[in-house]
Design a protein around this ligand. Structure first.
Ligand code: PAF
Length: 252
């Protein structure tokens, strides 16, 4: 497995296999079983598997959240090697934002719900970095998890509207046995918090309405950011032990 820290070194690598079909898994590191399932699928469907690891500052509206985002590069590289990734692109911030946040991708229209409404700058930050990464990596396919469903939907629409020649592949959420959706942020929970966090999935699936789910979560001590229904799914963002957790399930 080859690791590039600069765009120039990645481009040298890419030129060596310019005819190969490239599958791409963009990540912010702190990899878990959810990421592993994306990489495994990418491995099955493409000749070359590229994974990026980059904690993208422009998508964090809270500097404390950015500071405490887990960073475990050596562990991530060992996992990706064991999963058969060919290349990892792990640049620093100046490499991807050499002129700061000079241009960004913005969305007109109904972005103002859920993450769009509650995390100002998050979706433009995600779209901007994904566009940069797709332009640098130039993959045939890119893999995204349904746990970040609004992100996945926004990226799919951006790729369509900007005629980007990459197919966006949605992949199902991977859950722990308790139902808790795999997330890098789970690492920040105490063992007791992690057990309790499983109530998020239970409340989303077992309630008759978004209001019921909200009432259950409040009674269990979660601080609610939102519980809403869109696109045939029920979504929630909550805080537990100061950690922001999101999840979504299809409506029955
Ligand atoms: O889902 C993530 O990990 C990030 O939002 C992404 C897509 C890698 C962009 O930074």
């Amino acid at each position: 497995m080859h690791v590039s820290h600069t765009i120039a070194s990645w481009r040298d690598r890419r030129n060596a296999f310019s005819r190969s079909v490239i599958g791409f898994v963009p990540t912010m590191g702190a990899l878990h079983r959810g990421h592993a399932s994306l990489v495994k699928r990418c491995r099955r469907e493409n000749e070359t598997v590229v994974v990026s690891i980059f904690v993208n500052p422009s998508q964090f509206n809270d500097p404390k959240d950015l500071d405490r985002y887990p960073r475990v590069l050596e562990r991530d590289l060992a996992l990706l090697d064991s999963l058969g990734a060919d290349d990892v692109f792990a640049p620093d911030v100046l490499e991807l934002y050499p002129h700061g946040y000079r241009f960004r991708v913005d969305q007109t229209g109904p972005a103002n719900v859920m993450e769009g409404a509650h995390r100002p700058g998050f979706l433009p930050g995600v779209m901007t970095i994904v566009l940069k990464l797709l332009n640098v990596i130039r993959p045939s396919r890119a893999y995204f998890g349904e746990k970040d469903y609004q992100q996945l939907r926004t990226i799919t629409e951006m790729v369509e509207d900007l005629f980007i020649p990459t197919e966006i592949i949605p992949c199902p959420t991977v859950r722990e046995d308790t139902g808790l959706a795999e997330s890098s942020r789970n690492m920040l929970l105490t063992p007791a918090g992690r057990l309790k966090a499983a109530s998020l999935f239970r409340a989303l699936t077992a309630s008759a309405s978004a209001d019921d789910a909200k009432a259950i979560l409040e009674s269990e001590g979660f601080a609610i950011d939102y519980v809403e229904e869109h696109w045939g799914r029920r979504f929630a963002a909550v805080f537990l032990e100061g950690v922001r957790l999101i999840d979504n399930v299809p409506l029955p």
